[in-house]
Each structure stands twice: as structure tokens, then as C-alpha cells.
Design a protein around this ligand. Structure first.
Ligand code: URA
Length: 431
């Protein structure tokens, strides 16, 4: 490990055999975290070439079992977001797409840096298990066509360890590490098509369109080299998605998508990604056909039933789809108010994501238990007109929190001029 760290620190390429040995050691627990952390930092600072990135992805993928879906009788497809604030889409998207005829074997991550993770959000549902064995994972896909679980001791175990380490060592924003992390687990789950939702903006890991484009290119290239069909789109993460930030409240909002009651941005993104997944899976030929299928699945209640079946199969209480009151909720509400009249021109998603971590909704240390009930509820979004003293958001905490409400207030920029609306879907970078 000392040699590997030195090689990368000096900006040289790591041979494939060395990468394999490192990932093998991470998986069996024979390499101390401090040495992996040093190597992760060297990779973050010095980068990896294309060959190293493919080798690292392949090593993470092979750190556990690989699932296959022969004889399933329907196509498999998956989606992964590179991470944002308020991004709860997967929770509704997976059952929706499953209700339209594709199977969705989805492995998701925990919160990373200031961005939230679907795994943490789902664990807010009392009893919901995200740690499934490969056999349970497989059986559920075969039975109900959808599963959302975390990587495990059996599926991409190396990603679980490196992900947790990156979260707390300032090594999240590295393209090769992101690619190996996302694809290592996604390829292990075995879907034949993968859609990448590459987030771009202040609340994303990739802040500029250029960086997001590079990540989209890397993800689709490495997926292709490892034999999988994929597509990437770049979507805006300048302001939080939807009206909730926080594990339990985001889960509740995500389930509202399936009742047609979610905020417009959340609904638009779910439908766009859903249509792309259905086309990628070959279930629909084009957008309007995919839209018709989604309308039927939503209108008939099939998508909601599929979500309930998934929640029940994973030990959760399916009543959560009709009664969000069974989710934990921090009891003390403090309003954040506008300090002037005008239009909301920006909401600093990164600042709110970091605040949620400090409130206990994300991790500052690897071993930290989350408080799923804390959160920030947005009452106003970009483009809304507010008066001085109007509440723009509510902090839901375990204690009186004027300091946190003040941080939320500062995350809102307000001006006389209405901002020019920006598109949610920034770029479709194709296959
Ligand atoms: N999602 C992941 O699974 N890993 C990353 O590194 C970033 C987003």
C-alpha cells in the first residue's frame, strides 16, 4: 500500500494488478482505513487514466457476486443519480417503471458529502430493510419486478467500504472514484440497461456543465467497455429538488409522485427518466408510448401497488404510502423568513445539504446513526415572489433552532427582478 500511495501521489498510473490487490484487501478488511483514505486522496488529487478507471470499476464489480437475469421474461433496467439535494426520485421511479413492464434491480447508496442517499431515505420507513442477501434480492426481482437495496457483503462490498470512507475524507469529488462506485454496484446488480442522471449545479457533486458532461461521458464509456447499454442525461441541481430535504420527509414526498401529488419539478424529472428507462429497456419505442404506459400505471394505481409490494417485501410498513404520519418527524419547527420583498432568485442547495448533515440527517463520521426525522421544508422556490418577513422554509429539528433557520434564510437570494427560468433537463448526452 505504501508503494501504491507513493505512485499515485507522484501522479503515475497504477497497474491493474495493484488496483486488484487494493480492492481485494479492502473487501477482506486487511487494509487499514488510513491507507485506503490516503490512496483515495491521491486519486482525487492526481486522477486516473481511462485504463485505470476501467480496472478500478471492474475490481469493485468483482469484489462480490454478479447477478444475472436469464429467464426473467422481461427486460431489466436501472437508473442512478450522481447525487443531489432533495433528489428522492428513485423511490417512486423504480416501482413506476416496474409497473410498466420492465424489471428494476436497483442498488443505491447512502448520503455522500452534502448529497442525500436513497438508502438512507428508505430506511426512514419503519422496518424497511436495505441490506438484502443476493438470494433475497434476486427472489424479489423475480417475484415483484422491483427491489431497491444497498450494496452488501455479497454485492459490490468494496464500494460499501470505499463509499463510507470517501464520505468523511473529502474524496467525494473524484471522477474515477464516482465512476467505479456507481458502475461497480450497478453492474453487479446486472440490469442490461442503465440510465445515468448526472446532476449539475451548486447542489451537485459536479458544479459546472463541463464537469457534468465529462462525468456523463466517462460513465457511458466505461459501461460500454464493460458490456452494458447506457444513456446519460444532465439535469439541474441549482436548487433542491421538490419541497423537502431530509430522509423521512423526502420519502413521503417521493411516494406522492405515485398519487400525482408531487411538486412539478419532481414529477417532470420522474416522468422524463421513466420514459428514458422504458425506451432503454425496449418496453416503449419512443417518449409518447412510454408516457402512455406511465399514465396507465399511475392512473390505475398499479405503480402505487408495486411500491407497496416492494415496501412490504423488504419488511417496511406499506401503509406509509397513504399515511406519511408513520414516518419519524422531528417535533420542533422553526420558520426561516425572507429579510426583504422580492423574487427568490437562488436557493443554495449545497448550503442546505450541509446544514442537514449538521442537523443529524447526514454523516460527519462513518459510524454515525442518522436522525431520519430532521429536515428542511421549502415553502418557496426559485421564481416565487415573497414579502419581507414571509416564511420561506421550515426547519424541522429536535430543538429550537434559530441559528439553523438563519442559515436557511441566508441560503435564499432575493432580488427585485424575477430570475430567467432555467430548464430542469439541461442536456441529453445520448448513448
Ligand atoms: N453515487 C454513487 O453511488 N457513488 C458516487 O461516488 C457518487 C454518487
Amino acid at each position: 500500500m505504501k508503494d501504491l500511495i507513493r505512485i499515485k501521489r507522484n501522479g503515475e498510473a497504477l497497474p491493474r494488478s495493484a488496483i486488484d490487490r487494493w480492492i481485494h484487501g479492502v473487501t477482506e478488511g486487511s487494509i487499514p482505513d488510513y491507507q485506503s483514505a490516503a490512496l483515495l486522496m491521491a486519486i482525487t488529487l492526481r486522477g486516473m487514466n481511462d485504463e485505470e478507471t476501467v480496472a478500478l470499476t471492474d475490481a469493485v464489480l468483482h469484489s462480490g457476486s454478479l447477478l444475472g437475469w436469464n429467464g426473467l421474461g422481461r427486460p431489466t433496467v436501472d437508473k442512478h443519480s450522481t447525487g443531489g439535494v432533495g433528489d428522492k426520485i428513485s423511490i417512486a421511479l423504480a416501482p413506476l417503471v416496474a409497473a410498466c413492464g420492465a424489471a428494476v434491480p436497483m442498488i443505491v447508496g447512502r448520503g455522500l458529502g452534502h448529497t442525500g442517499g436513497t438508502r438512507d431515505k428508505l430506511e426512514a420507513i419503519p422496518g424497511f430493510r436495505t441490506a438484502l442477501t443476493a438470494e433475497e434480492f434476486s427472489a424479489q426481482v423475480r417475484r415483484i419486478g422491483v427491489v431497491i437495496a444497498g450494496q452488501s457483503e455479497e454485492l459490490a462490498p468494496a464500494d460499501g467500504k470505499l463509499y463510507a470512507l470517501r464520505d468523511v475524507t473529502g474524496t467525494v469529488e473524484s471522477r474515477p472514484l464516482i465512476v467505479a462506485s456507481i458502475l461497480g454496484k450497478k453492474l453487479a446488480a446486472g440490469a442490461s440497461g442503465i440510465l445515468f442522471d448526472v446532476k449539475c449545479g451548486r447542489g451537485a457533486i459536479m458544479e459546472t456543465q463541463e464537469e457534468a458532461r465529462e462525468l456523463a461521458k466517462d460513465l457511458t464509456r466505461v459501461a460500454r467497455e464493460l458490456g452494458r447499454k447506457s444513456r446519460a442525461i444532465i439535469t439541474s441541481m441549482d436548487q433542491p429538488l421538490g419541497l423537502t430535504i431530509g430522509n423521512a420527509s423526502e420519502t413521503a414526498e417521493a411516494l406522492q409522485i405515485l398519487r400525482g401529488l408531487a411538486p412539478p419539478d419532481v414529477t417532470e424529472l420522474t416522468r422524463t427518466l421513466g420514459a428514458m428507462m422504458l425506451v432503454l429497456a425496449g418496453v416503449a419505442r419512443e417518449r409518447h408510448e412510454a408516457d402512455a404506459r406511465m399514465d396507465t400505471a399511475l392512473g390505475s394505481g398499479l405503480a402505487l401497488q408495486r411500491a407497496e409490494a416492494m415496501i412490504q417485501a423488504q419488511g417496511g410498513d406499506p401503509r406509509v404510502t397513504v399515511d406519511p404520519g408513520i414516518l419519524p418527524r422531528a417535533p420542533v419547527e422553526t420558520k426561516a423568513t425572507a429579510d426583504r420583498k422580492g423574487y427568490v432568485t437562488e436557493i443554495d442547495a449545497r448550503a442546505l445539504g450541509m446544514l442537514l448533515v449538521r442537523m443529524g440527517g447526514g454523516r460527519e463520521r462513518m459510524d454515525q446513526e442518522l436522525d431520519h426525522g430532521v429536515g428542511i421544508r421549502l415553502l418557496r422556490k426559485v421564481g416565487d415572489l415573497v414579502g419581507a418577513g414571509d416564511a420561506v422554509a421550515i426547519v424541522e429539528a429536535r430543538r429550537e433552532a434559530p441559528d439553523w433557520a438563519d442559515e436557511v434564510r441566508r441560503a435564499y437570494s432575493i432580488a427585485d427582478q424575477a430570475p430567467t427560468p432555467k430548464p430542469l433537463i439541461i442536456e441529453d448526452s445520448g448513448r
